[in-house]
Design a protein around this ligand. Sequence first.
Ligand SMILES: [Zn+2]
Length: 463
Amino acid sequence: MDDINLQKAIEYYRNNQSHFIELLKALSAIPSISFPGYSAQEMERSAQFIKKEFEKLKLEHVDIITLPGAHPYICADICKHPNAPTILLYAHHDVQPPLRAEVWNSPAFSPEEREGRLYGRGTADDKAGIILHIASLASCIAASGCVPLNIKLLIEGEEETGSEHIDSFLQANPERIKADCVIIADSANFDTGIPSLTTSLRGLAVLEVTVSALESPLHSGLWGGPIPDPVIGLSKILSSLTNKNGDIAIPELTKLIPTLSKKDNDDIMSIPYTTDMFRQQARVKSGVNLHGKNQELLFKIWRQPSININGIESGGKKVGNVIMDKAWARVGLRLAPEMPANKCVNFLKKFLVAKCPHNLHLEIDNSPAVDGWQTDTTHPAFETARKCMQEAYEAEPVIIGSGGSIPLVLSLANMLEEVPILLTGIEDPYTNAHSENESLCLSDFHKAVESQIRFFYALASTS
Ligand SMILES: [Zn+2]
């Protein structure tokens, strides 16, 4: 390995940490919210900000790419080593809406450092990912005039709203993403100070269920009794979805839960995890019984399906004495990584229909389901990444799953086939991503940059 340049690059980063944190603050101050109803100009402003930083690094083919109806992507590359591998670096520049202003301890878009963390919307998810890429590249360039291998960058603008256009983007720009290894810096560490590689994601399906009996609400005194109540009907359907242990009670669906390999099983069992840690991280109220204990909880959130009712509506709090005409619920189904999402949705629909009482009218709408993802970790890039993390964090890395879904990962995996995809990231259980008071652990951010610098040199030296 090119030890001298590696040491120089790390030294450069250590001497310039505050510059990159200032850069992260400036980028996080731009309210680039990709949701409908928010200013598309802010998305454009953050794209321009990133483009300018890429240009300062003298990267090549720095472009803002737009597709009809999609927020801007920023791409760039620096490919000067014909015989060295190419790494694709990904992050996203859009953020979630800030939610309740009064709950933030400092304004969402005025990033503020407190007790070793940087608070603000996007400071972790995922503007930290962008600055991580910029800082690691800048450090290599400062150390030796160049990055030791070939780099491509893809910064997306609509990850938070479901990456609706990512497949068309990837198909239209295959050269922009062709690589031998991908780093997606949009995941989380298992805990602060514990570097982690995420190797599985759950699938996701969302169904909107409406149960109705009447054309409009009726006086419950004059009509109550003979008419099957749609709200009770919906409640009965929903309550049949899980058994008393909280497990999904749809036999056709649970038959599709894959058995874990011994390695996957051992990886999870090797994590020292306790029920108390879970309760604290999820802020579960005292006295509430969990389904499962210790590592079982990790199996449940990473490797098993789960159902939640995301929302339920009928009448509302100001309702009078009526029989409601209809009731609505949003049912969210998370799937184990290898479960076929569309097949599972069909089983769920069939089950809902079968459980609907009294011939009440039942309507089910669903958007396309997202499959889960699981990667084989035998490619040497995983071991190299593990080693670099271990050196940078001075802590043993853990292999983890994520209960969430990232549609882009699956799209890239389908397109790049055997190419290893490394999901790294700088969130942690205290980040509060998507919620108020989002924050980034600064000491872990620095370690993540050093780890990525190490990875560049290590991968370059193996080629
Ligand atoms: Zn993200």
